[in-house]
Design a protein around this ligand. Structure first.
Ligand code: PLP
Length: 402
């Protein structure tokens, strides 16, 4: 008998088919091996899992509910749309699910500090929150351009006690922040732990972060069954690096449920206008792992765009590349304008303001429901939209009617 998917994939070296692996400088091999061994041990430890369960319940506010969107479903006039409400997680998004578990791992390893890069600041805020909870130091590397754009998140991290390191070279955005953080980590890997913000990076992070996020899917499966007496026909989630999507999908991989990975099409199909790596990319190594990435003419990571700042990344978690290749997931795209439309519709019809990233998944679910009148689709509402409201109203005037 074959072992279950989640035990079988990835293999021991962190490969999902040909994707994944660990492409890191030799100086860091020891540190990643240490993290991998600790994770293998702790993921089977009653004490670790019990502490994680307690944190999720009493600090994060889990389980988050599954909610049936009756007015939105009625408005579409087709299938039924359900949401897994990750926006109700403490700090307003799914990211705390893996940040708390990573910080707990750091604590078990006896580390004094957790560190990471951040783009829009969402991962930085979640990690700073976890660091405060455990009494760990926190060092966040962030491009100067991003710091300027995302002022409130910089201040949040500082209030929570994190040290924010401005990155002043190159384009001064996410890619340089990753380089800068790796450089700093090299000097202090004995006392610090790197905590990656999605199902990306070198092994074991894509597996580890998926496992930490799988609580989303396993909760949702049980809740959906309790509400309806069956499984959903389809699941949908937005894919940036891919952690909230893997969180939902992982519980359904071996079930007869269609899985839709929704990518940001931004302003259009031309390189530089979108961040749809799975749709338009090709195989390549970036940030220590092999996957499908968007490249420019020279083969370097291409510039990307999306109104969802948490999803504008030129590569994607290796498991998504694998699941697409074996035909287990279907990849769809949603434009900036379609995401804005879903943002306003969900707000107006259900009283839920979604994060712009999550609005992509809602937009796809609306299209799907229209075409599949007898089906139920379960969407991972990965985060709340408070962070996005100023940007939205400045650029997309509030409609009188929807
Ligand atoms: C960061 C973020 C994402 C994208 O990250 P994934 O790893 O693809 O889940 C999506 N939604 C929200 C609300 C985020 O903060």
């Amino acid at each position: 008998m074959q072992r279950p998917y989640l035990e079988r994939v990835p293999d021991k070296k962190g490969y999902f088919g040909k994707y994944g692996g660990a492409f890191i400088p030799p100086e860091l091999e020891k540190a990643f091996k240490e993290i991998n061994e600790a994770y293998e041990k702790l993921s089977k430890s009653f004490e670790y899992l019990d502490e994680l369960r307690r944190i999720r319940k009493h600090f994060q506010g889990r389980p988050t509910p599954v909610y049936y969107c009756h007015r939105l479903s009625e408005y579409i006039g087709g299938g039924q749309i359900y949401l897994k409400r990750e926006d109700l997680n403490h700090t307003g998004a799914h990211k705390l699910n893996h940040c708390m578990a990573e910080a707990l791992l750091a604590k078990y390893l006896g580390k004094k500090k957790i560190m990471a890069e951040t783009g829009a600041g969402q991962h930085g805020v979640a990690l700073a929150t976890a660091a405060a909870y455990f009494g760990l130091e926190c060092e966040i590397h962030m491009g100067e351009v991003d710091m300027e754009k995302e002022r409130p998140n910089v201040v949040r991290m500082q209030i929570l006690g994190a040290k924010v390191v401005p990155v002043k070279h190159g384009l001064r955005t996410l890619k340089e922040a990753v380089d800068s953080c790796f450089e700093s980590y090299l000097k202090q890997a004995d006392t610090a732990m790197y905590a990656i913000g999605s199902v990306v990076g070198p092994h074991p992070f894509p597996k580890m972060v998926r496992d930490f996020q799988s609580v989303v899917g396993f909760e949702a499966k049980e809740q959906f069954y309790e509400m309806t007496g069956r499984l959903p026909d389809a699941c949908a989630a937005v894919v940036g690096g891919g952690s909230n999507a893997m969180g939902l999908f992982s519980a359904f991989i071996e079930d007869p449920v269609e899985l839709y990975a929704v990518e940001p099409l931004g302003k259009g199909e031309k390189l530089g206008e979108h961040a749809a790596s799975l749709t338009y990319g090709e195989e390549g190594i970036l940030h220590g792992f092999n996957s499908i990435m968007l490249k420019d003419e020279k083969g370097n990571p291409a510039p990307v765009h999306s109104i969802g700042s948490g999803v504008d990344y030129p590569s994607v978690g290796p498991e998504h590349a694998y699941l697409k290749e074996i035909g287990r997931t279907q990849v769809k795209t949603i434009s900036d304008d379609e995401a804005i439309d879903a943002f306003y519709k969900l707000s107006r019809l259900e009283g839920i303001i979604p994060a712009l990233e999550s609005a992509h998944a809602v937009a796809y679910a609306m299209k799907h429901a229209k075409e599949h009148k007898d089906e139920a689709i379960l969407v991972n509402l990965s985060g709340r939209g408070d962070k996005d409201i100023d940007f939205v109203v400045e650029n997309y005037p509030i409609p009188d009617t929807i």
